[in-house]
Design a protein around this ligand. Structure first.
Ligand code: SF4
Ligand code: SF4
Length: 101
């Protein structure tokens, strides 16, 4: 059995990130979490985690603050849709690539 590095902090044990390859290369928009709005980040409590629960690829951690593994996040926007406080913005990748250069 392949080792699952993400263990109990992920919504799915199997299949896990990477089973479909490095799906992050598909992404045209990147989810970015605003930690000033994110409930667990703001309150320091293990609350909400809708992004972790609904991410179909299991690439969001159930940690304070939640973190997204961009190697495998394919930019489907489900996390942004499900976040109850609109803490996740979808940013066009080309904008970020220009900023990162
Ligand atoms: S769904 Fe939104 S508020 Fe909830 S943990 Fe994720 S980013 Fe934070
Ligand atoms: S955009 Fe989709 S794949 Fe990426 S973290 Fe959000 S729900 Fe998961």
């Amino acid at each position: 059995m392949r080792k699952n590095d993400f263990g109990s902090k992920k919504s799915h044990s199997e299949p896990g990130p990477g089973d479909g390859g490095k799906t992050g290369s598909w992404r045209v928009v990147r989810p970015v979490i605003d930690l000033k709005k994110c409930i667990p980040a703001k309150t320091n409590k293990m609350a909400c985690f809708a992004c972790w629960l609904f991410c179909p690829d299991g690439v969001v951690t159930r940690t304070i603050p939640p973190e997204i593994d961009y190697e495998y996040c394919k930019g489907c926007e489900i996390c942004a849709e499900e976040c109850p406080v609109d803490a996740i913005s979808m940013i066009v990748e080309t904008t970020l690539i220009k900023e990162e250069k």
